[in-house]
Ligand binder design. Sequence first.
Ligand code: NAD
Length: 337
Amino acid sequence: MKILVTGGLGFIGSHTVVELQNEGFEVIIVDNLSNSSEKVLDGIENITGIKTEFEKLDLREKNAVTSFFDRHQDIKGVIHFAASKAVGESVENPLLYYENNINTLVYVLQELQKRDEANFIFSSSCTVYGQAEKMPITEDSAVQAAMSPYGNTKQIGEEIITEVAKVSPIKSIVLRYFNPIGAHPSAEIGELPLGIPQNLVPFITQTAIGLREQLSVYGNDYPTPDGTAIRDYIHVVDLAKAHVIALKRLLENKNLEKVETFNLGTGKGSSVLEVINAFEKVAQQKLNYKIVDRREGDITSAYANTDKANTVLGWKAESTLEDSLSSAWKWEQKIRS
Ligand code: NAD
């Protein structure tokens, strides 16, 4: 059964391709390489032994998207990762984000709408909840006004899917990720942030390896036990497995609604200082960090209520924070060696 993975050479996409292949799916990747490299195909092959079909394609090119789907009538499901994801860049260049994250989604859905059956998995984010009033965050928590154009593209994307599903054969599962971290335990694939990392864990590993001098901890005056901000860090392999389970649910028509939404997190919140301490234990070295002012736009706390994912989807995160950090560290050491 052939599955299209858009953005399949990226961080989460590449790990999902591996899990799909482990479960016997045939995968075709499209990616424009704007935030990835063709070398990722070798990493995937080293893990699964499979040479994955790949087409370099920019999903902003509407005619090319139509031609792609015309040539691949046998695609049974689409996992749509392709998007730009840097929050700061989206504030500086909103139209780039609306063009890339919205147009690509619309073009793919336009093609799927023509089919008798279409199964579509969408990468959304816990950013849709903003600073939720109650922790842990359930799927019923209010969606709040987005704090960045990037966050807005996820909210608009969810709305587009809901509206299109009402009037077309498209069935969809929307996955709201908390904070994906880590790498494949083989260290064959992992995260490759361009430039200065915006996220905590790549910044930690790059500091530990000596690429960055010091890690800035943004604020220790939040209303949390140690004053630093709390997030729900989920191992990328656990996250990848959730996509395969969600896809099977759609393919087997087990979904209860045309569009279902699930939180993907561990259910456990960790503060920045807890993550640093756990990393120091795993890597057996001290990390050079300093406390600086809060960063604009950062919220205090976000962690998932995972009951719906556990009971309805039948998925549960298995890895610990230490497992995730240890795989991220192994990957960082491998790519710098
Ligand atoms: P990533 O940048 O590593 O992967 C995205 C891939 O899409 C890249 O390989 C990029 O080259 C490709 N791409 C971008 N625009 C494209 C286009 N127009 N045509 C074809 N390919 C294109 O990002 P990721 O971390 O793997 O994230 C995957 C998805 O998950 C994104 O939609 C992202 O917004 C979402 N998400 C990520 C996080 C996170 O923290 N990583 C959190 C929540 C949601």
